[in-house]
Structure formats: C-alpha cells, structure tokens
Write a protein that binds this ligand. Structure first.
Ligand code: DLL
Length: 433
C-alpha cells in the first residue's frame, strides 16, 4: 500500500480516537471562549466544555445546519478576521441566500493534505497528468482538486468545465492519465469523444476517474469503467467542510474519512440518535481542525452508513458507504419514499437502457404521477414497435418491483435528454414549482 502519510493513515484506531478527543476538546474550549455564536449555542444546549470528558460526549454538543451559515451570511460566524483569510468559496444552492466559506492558510493546507492522501490512495502520484474538469471559481471542486494534485507531484491540466471537444483533444495531446469531474460530465465527454471518432478507452491514456459532487450508483460505476476503460473512484465533500476531501482507496469499498480531520457520526434524522454501524442515517460531521469556519456536528443532509470494519488496504480510518441521496432529495410518491438513486440502480441493471434518464413528478387530481424518461442504448433501438413495447414493459416492471410504486416509462431518443457539465439535475418535481 502506498500512503501519503503512513504515520497517520495506518495509526491504530485507539490512538486515532485519543487524537480526536484531544482535538475536539481544544476546539470546543476555543469556540466557547472566543466565538459568540458557538458560545450561545452551547449555553442554549446547557453544555460546557468541561462536560466533554470522552469522545462520545460529542453527542452533548448542539447540531449545526446549513441555515446557520445562511443566517450568518456572509461571515458573521467566522472565527478568523478578514486579514487572516486567504480565500473565499461561495455556494449558491437552490434556495435562499448563498453560503460563504472562508479559509486561512492553515485551512487550505489541511484541505490540500486531505486530498493528497485521498489521491494517493487512488493510486495517483508523480508522473500522472490529472485533468481537473470540475468548475474553477466559487465552486470548490476545481481549485480543491488542483491543489491536491499539485501536492502529490502530479501534473495538473486545469481545463475546468465546458469546451468539451477541446478537453478531449488536450486529453489526447497531453496524455491525461486521470480525470476529476462529475460522473455526468464524464458520460457527456465519452459521448462527445465518440462523435469525434475517438475512443477514450483505446485512444487516450486515461486510466483513473475521480468522480463525485453528485450521487451515482455502483451500476453507473461499472458502466463507466467498462465503457471508458478506467477505474472510477468516488470522491466526497461539501463546501461547508472545505470542499472535496475524501475518496475511496484502491479497494473501491467505501470512502475513507480521515479521523484526524473529521469526526463522523451517522444519526437517525428524526430521533437525532446515532444509528449502528452499517445502518443508514444522516451524515453528521465535526471538522476538528478548521480555523476560519469550524463546523461542529454539521448535519450535511446526505444519507449513508458507516463501515468500521478493517479495510484490506490497511488504512485504519473508517469508511462511509456510497451516498444514496439526501434527506431532502426523497420524493414521496403516493405516500411511498423514492430516492432518485433507487431509480438509477434499477435502470442500470437493464442492458438495453443507456446512461441517461430523467424523473418527472406531477400531481394529477389528488394523486402523484411519476414519469421516468429513459434513453435506450443505440444498439437496442429497433424499428419494430413490438420490440420497443417489450423493453418499455420490462423497465416499468423492474421499477415497480424495486420502488413499490407505479412509474410510467417514456422511451426517448438517444441524446435527447439534457447533458450536464457540472452537477446533473435528474428530477423535475412539478409539484414544487
Ligand atoms: O460538491 C464538493 C465536491 C466537489 C465534492 C468535487 C466532490 C467533488 P457542494 O457543492 O457544497 O460541494 O455540494 C455538496 O454534494 O452534500 C452531497 O449531497 C453531494 N455530493 C458531493 N459528493 C458526492 C458523492 C461539492 N460522491 C453536496 N456522492 C453533498 C453523492 C455527493 N453526493
């Protein structure tokens, strides 16, 4: 196993937990003493730093939500002055005010270290050419990956998003061995390359994908890997925690969360109690070392489960399983909970189905109707109406079985659904328009 920092990455769990406790304790003291926002929060919760006597006492601390950042717009809850900041990132979100994240130099270094470990664990290093096709700018994807890739001594090709044909030419000419972008953008790139008569699998050096910023399924991973001839790794992060920070290792069995940086809890969003390892719940993270915008028990809203079994790679840091959706992504269709990732999971198991789909939900009378628009593979398209009807029925049947709700399926022409350069939008919920 090649590690960026074996001393930390292979540290026995008990030692890691001791380190987490020390970091938590000093974070809580610092915030209680110097930050009016955290001080008031802890007082409201009737908790004092002296009450944090062991790691599990983290549960005594108050939660934080995205609305705390919105209410504190732009920098009311920062714990560093503007002079100490070296960067801002801003996330627009779909509702309400944007959220602003400020970084001190140490915050940037911590973020970069986290990614250096992560990219090394995906097998990247000196000699690799990493094409960063996440957006550069206010979004954290581009600059985050850029700094991480430079730190491990790789060569960065900072293409950002868009201008896809040129990206593919550069990929060939400069020999990109890895690409970092959303899974949706990589799918789009693969299609554009084919239209240009280029096979990414056979005519480029691309071997690794660092894909994330949106939910994607195991079925989608398999398709991307087979089609493009790469190993595709899941990368996770949110702007509030810094940006992209954590990836899978070569085992591709969950995302390692560096314990010396983040303390992870998975809770039941309704009872707010911790769930057992392996059980799904809401990801809640305390960042143990951030200076400008510390986050304590931040309710990210993503649904996942914890895997604390030893990873064959030898890293001792726990893993979270693939994010299956967000607490607020859940569609309730005729009283049944449906996550877009369940639809993707069902569709990816059907060989005739292509890579792209869209879910449209609307209310007809008193009832919710779900329509799933599906692109077929080019080879599966047939002039015979009976063949098409049979495929449609097969898809409807599969969706009904796995979602427990009826969905109407509309087969649409290959290439007709929208393609995305950043995060994709797979759901149109007309009930909320
Ligand atoms: O998306 C940071 C990022 C950039 C992550 C590049 C990975 C790669 P935000 O725009 O703040 O930050 O969005 C964070 O995106 O709470 C999840 O809902 C979703 N998300 C991010 N990565 C994944 C993933 C960036 N691997 C929100 N799987 C998070 C599923 C993901 N969802």
């Amino acid at each position: 196993m090649v590690c960026w920092d074996p001393r930390i990455e292979e540290m026995p769990q008990e030692e890691l937990e001791r380190m987490q406790y020390k970091l938590l304790k000093s974070l809580v003291y610092r915030l209680y003493s110097f930050s009016p926002f955290y001080h008031d929060r802890m007082k409201e919760q009737k908790v004092h730093p002296d009450d944090i006597r062991e790691l599990s006492d983290v549960t005594k601390l108050p939660f934080m939500f995205k609305r705390d950042l919105r209410d504190g717009y732009p920098d009311k809850i920062f714990t560093a002055s503007q002079e100490e900041l070296v960067r801002y990132h801003v996330s627009s979100g779909t509702t309400g005010k944007p959220t602003v994240v400020g970084y001190t130099q140490n915050d940037i270094d911590l973020w970069t270290t986290s990614l250096a470990r992560a990219l090394t664990s995906c097998g990247l290093g000196r000699g690799d050419v990493i094409q960063v096709s996440y957006g550069y700018g206010l979004f954290t994807g581009g600059l985050g990956l850029h700094y991480g890739a430079e730190r491990i001594g790789a060569t960065v090709l900072p293409t950002s998003v868009g201008n896809t044909e040129r990206q593919i030419e550069l990929m060939q000419d400069l020999g990109s061995t890895a690409i970092a972008c959303t899974p949706s953008y990589l799918l789009h790139m693969g299609e554009v390359a084919e239209k240009m008569g280029i096979s990414i699998k056979k005519e480029t050096k691309l071997r690794t994908g660092i894909l994330g910023a949106e939910p994607w399924t195991e079925g989608m991973r398999n398709r991307i890997q087979d089609w493009l001839g790469i190993k595709a790794y899941d990368i996770f992060g949110t702007s509030e925690l810094s940006g992209p920070m954590f990836t899978e290792c070569a085992e591709q069995k969950g995302i390692h969360i560096w314990s010396d940086i983040a303390l992870t809890e998975i809770i039941d969003p309704r009872t707010e109690e911790p769930v057992a390892p392996g059980e799904k719940g809401e990801l809640t993270v305390t960042i143990l070392r951030k200076e400008a915008l510390p986050m304590i028990r931040y309710r990210i809203g993503d649904i996942t489960s914890m895997d604390d079994s030893p990873c064959p790679c030898g890293r001792t840091h726990p893993r979270i399983q693939r994010i299956t959706g967000r607490v607020d992504d859940m569609l309730i269709i005729r009283g049944i909970n449906v996550f877009p990732s369940q639809v993707e999971y069902a569709l990816m198991g059907i060989p005739e189905v292509g890579q792209h789909f869209q879910i449209v939900v609307e209310r007809k009378g008193a009832l919710d109707d779900m329509l799933v628009r599906v692109e077929l593979n080019r080879e599966s398209f047939s002039d015979k109406i009976t063949d098409i009807m049979a495929i449609r029925q097969k898809i409807e049947h599969r969706l009904r079985n796995s979602l427990n709700v009826m969905a109407e399926v509309e087969l649409v022409e290959t290439g007709s659904l929208p393609r995305f350069e950043g995060k994709s939008k797979k759901v149109i919920d007309k009930r909320s328009l």
